[in-house]
Ligand binder design. Structure first.
Ligand code: BG6
Length: 460
């Protein structure tokens, strides 16, 4: 059976500035939280690798874009580095950065690759983090200015803009779960950061609309579909709460224009509601997007809490559910997460039924593998597992599209093996392998398969 996609389908991959550009601080780039944390908290980074050690997209972008064309990408997402463009976060624009992003965008267009540009991929300029990052409303205003600058500089050519990648993550990982700088563990502060990010998103969308530029604007969400252990009411309640905190909180605000009433109720009960003004509520209700990106990696299986939470401990969504290890589940052991291709179909159905069947695309999906060098044969990574992973997810995606889902494209994470937040180069995700010692990039079997997929607009 042939699985076929529409002729206009977007095929490509996603990446981000901090994870690929490298040349940290070169040509006037300012420091961001990752440049800082990967040095000052080096022990938190796999093998102690810092943001200096990337695939050097800043230097090699021309050859890299050629490599994208070699495997038939028709689109590519990356982000602009705020601290490269505006080194202190506010004020003077760095001319070398403008030159780089102009050349990068022009080169993509010249090669027939549609640039999808994201404004923020976890990388707060250090100067602004020192002023409180997204906890500080002045930083929200600085973000708005930064967004406006990007639209002015590149909005004539970039037709697909995204305000944030995974808005939940800087809040959750940076202010609750001790994974991202500033390594704070405090739910109320995390909630306040999340709210301010949502406001910053709305401000950027509003300014984009005012500028009447000829493109679309949206946001990229990480959606983890939740599955209860059973249909027993306690398990169902656990699933409802996990979904409420980690998905509906952001999705409803962005796509329905309001926070879920139940969330407010719970946060008031536990005295965790951050300050939210009436003006913010109006702004959120008046902002809508054109295109939604969904990053999908894994499902979340949950069961009813076994022990009551420690009332002295830090309040967290995990007070309401336990993770459930489903017997027989299929794992990606490198990353310790379940592989569940049907999740992509379930997300598509939810967008269709709950969120007005908005235009969307898969903005990230992928499989990170540790020790991929073991799969090198005849000079090429024989990553048949990645091809199988792709096929299975695409088959479910196609099924959802046949049932009416408005999915416009599929971007794999990622193009070349990239540096990642904490894991650095432990898990490899790319269509191209990166040799860390030499900087050499070589196509993997999956990259060659992807080329055929795009050329045929499908697979057997
Ligand atoms: C996504 C992020 O959530 O996951 C990427 O948008 C990240 O930036 C990817 O690299 C994979 O995560 P990790 O930690 O395995 O590299």
């Amino acid at each position: 059976m042939k699985i076929e996609f529409p002729k206009t389908f977007f095929w490509g991959a996603a990446s981000s500035a901090t994870q690929a550009e490298g040349r940290e601080r070169e040509d006037g780039k300012g420091e961001n939280i990752w440049d800082y944390a990967s040095k000052e908290y080096n022990h938190r980074f796999y093998d102690g690798v810092t943001t200096e050690n990337t695939s050097y997209f800043y230097r090699d972008y021309e050859q890299d874009i050629q490599k994208m064309q070699d495997i038939s990408f028709n689109s590519f997402r990356t982000s602009i580095s705020w601290s490269r463009l505006i080194p202190k976060g506010t004020g003077a624009v760095n001319p070398k950065a403008v030159e780089f992003y102009n050349k990068m965008i022009d080169k993509l267009l010249e090669k027939g690759i549609e640039p999808f540009i994201n404004l923020y991929h976890f990388d707060m300029p250090m100067e602004l983090q020192n002023q409180g990052g997204f906890e500080n409303r002045e930083v929200v205003a600085a973000y708005k200015e930064y967004a406006k600058t990007c639209f002015e500089l590149f909005g004539d050519r970039v037709k697909y803009w995204f305000t944030f990648n995974e808005p939940m993550i800087p809040a959750e990982a940076g202010y609750l779960h001790d994974r991202h700088y500033p390594y704070v563990v405090d739910f109320k502060r995390a909630a306040s950061v999340l709210h301010n990010i949502i406001v910053a998103h709305c401000e950027a969308v509003q300014i984009y609309r005012e500028m009447k530029l000829p493109g679309k604007i949206g946001i990229i969400m990480d959606v983890i579909p939740v599955y209860p252990r059973s249909q027993n009411p306690a398990d169902l309640h656990a699933a409802e709460m996990a979904d409420l905190f980690y998905t509906k909180s952001v999705n409803d605000a962005i796509l329905k224009g309001k926070y879920p009433a139940k969330l407010k109720e719970v946060l008031i009960k536990y005295d965790q509601l951050p300050e939210i003004s009436a003006t913010d509520i109006t702004l959120i209700s008046e902002t809508s997007i054109d295109l939604l990106g969904i990053n999908y990696y894994r499902p979340r299986r949950v069961k009813a809490k076994e022990c009551l939470p420690n009332p002295e401990g830090v309040f967290s969504p995990e007070w309401f559910f336990d993770e459930y290890v489903m017997p027989g589940r299929r794992m990606n052991t490198s990353r310790g997460i379940e592989i569940y291709p049907k999740g992509i179909y379930d997300i598509a159905k939810k967008i269709q039924t709950e969120y007005g069947n908005i235009d969307w695309f898969v903005s990230e999906n992928g499989i990170g593998i540790e020790g991929e060098e073991a799969f090198i044969e005849e000079g090429i990574v024989q990553d048949q597992y990645r091809i199988d992973f792709l096929k299975e997810h695409l088959t479910y995606l196609k099924k959802a599209m046949e049932e009416g889902s408005n999915c416009l494209g599929y971007h794999m994470w990622t193009f070349v093996d990239c540096w990642s937040w904490g894991n650095a180069y432990k898990n490899r995700y790319g269509f191209y392998r990166l040799e860390l010692e030499t900087g050499e990039k070589s196509v993997k079997k999956s990259g060659l398969w992807f080329k055929e997929l795009v050329q045929q607009n499908g697979f057997d």
